[in-house]
Design a protein around this ligand. Structure first.
Ligand SMILES: [Fe+2]
Ligand SMILES: [Fe+2]
Length: 271
């Protein structure tokens, strides 16, 4: 069968099994690298709801149980919550390709760069999911053991019609929030001597700076193409599509490294 990254991203989205979804994300990246990087079009539309396993149960964010890091199960539960985010992040990156690689602002001139960036993100999210589930296993926890919430995919669904809104919310608000909270988790795990989990979170943290950078880069490019000034446009989109204000304290250093300067997020903060 001829490789078409948009169609492969659509079928990855539909895949309900986490292990197959993550293998398919890694395969998408490999196939993309082995391909001639033609221009791709398709009539296949991405699904609005990705394939998901029967477990975990999806509950409201307030119903996700609190975790005590002192026990292996508690740490496993923390890693489970992050693994769930990573599984959603695989879908978000695949959806970026499936839904927007044929967008009139992307196709044909910028499509190759766009797929290069988002297939990288997709494969790295799969790597994160695999690292976490391997570590969880040694702590006696399997993906699906704890309830999880659907907040990340809900945000994707709300912005499915608007590439600028998707970029503003998914990488520049939600993934950037990951940069704020991960160092604190690393510190806590380090303090209790769980070096293996610390190593996993460090890999994730470094990669996620790159994901925010890719998101901010494409957001700025799209804003320019639409004749908008990036910062006020970002503020307007976040107010429209994100419920609530952004939560400080911010990891200014990591955000700046990712190209997200304070004038993007500070005016939206609940200080
Ligand atoms: Fe990730
Ligand atoms: Fe990410």
């Amino acid at each position: 069968m001829t490789f078409n990254p948009i169609e492969q991203a659509c079928s990855l989205l539909l895949c309900p099994r986490p292990d197959e979804k993550s293998a398919s994300a890694l395969a998408l990246r490999e196939h993309w690298h082995a391909s001639k990087r033609n221009k791709y079009e398709t009539n296949v539309l991405p699904e609005n709801t990705p394939g998901r396993p029967e477990k975990p149960d999806l509950v409201l964010p307030s119903e996700v149980p609190r975790r005590r890091l002192g026990s292996p199960q508690g740490r496993g539960a923390l890693l489970h919550a992050i693994a769930h985010i990573e599984l959603n992040a695989i879908d978000l990156a695949a959806d970026m390709i499936a839904r927007f690689a044929g967008h009139p602002l992307i196709f044909p001139d910028f499509q190759t760069d766009f797929i290069e960036d988002w297939s990288r993100v997709c494969a790295e999210e799969a790597k994160h999911f695999n690292l976490l589930t391997d570590r969880m296993e040694s702590l006696g926890v399997t993906y699906g053991d704890y309830p999880a919430h659907n907040g990340l995919w809900d945000a994707a669904f709300k912005t499915r019609h608007d590439i600028a809104a998707r970029l503003a919310i998914a990488p520049m608000v939600l993934e950037a929030r990951g940069l704020d909270v991960t160092p604190g988790m690393i510190k806590k795990l380090d303090k209790i001597g769980d070096q293996k989990s610390v190593e996993v979170l460090r890999v994730i943290y470094e990669d996620e700076i790159g994901h925010v950078r890719i998101g901010a880069k494409w957001f700025q490019a799209i804003a320019e193409m639409e004749g908008e000034s990036p910062r006020p446009y970002f503020h307007q989109l976040v107010k429209t599509y994100f419920a609530g204000q952004l939560k400080p304290p911010f990891n200014v250093q990591a955000r700046t490294l990712a190209g997200l300067t304070e004038d993007y997020y500070a005016p939206l903060a609940n200080c």
